[in-house]
Write a protein of this length. Sequence first.
Length: 113
Amino acid sequence: MSFKPETSLMVGLATATVVFAVFQSSMPSVADVRSATPHNSSVDRSRKTATWTAAGAVAAISLMAQDPTVFTLGGAMVVVLDFSHRIANSQHGTTGKLVPAPAAGGPAVTPGS
């Protein structure tokens, strides 16, 4: 069963809105993440939780709707929001440059140290 194109697009956009709401309720804003310490473990855990929750919501809505547009729009929104928060958590707040991930168990590396 597939929706008409107009309905399919609206349900897909509604699914993307659900994903956005999950990220808004689970994560601080991208600007706040950027200003925090790079590779903040609390932010990373929150990002993973938000990503899995949003992916589960997209999967459930897509299975009920049985329409590929719903899955495509919702899944794309999950990828975009996860990537933007992941990059923001890797940037130094002052310089804006990406900071390499710390060695296992080591402190975060800051530019110039």
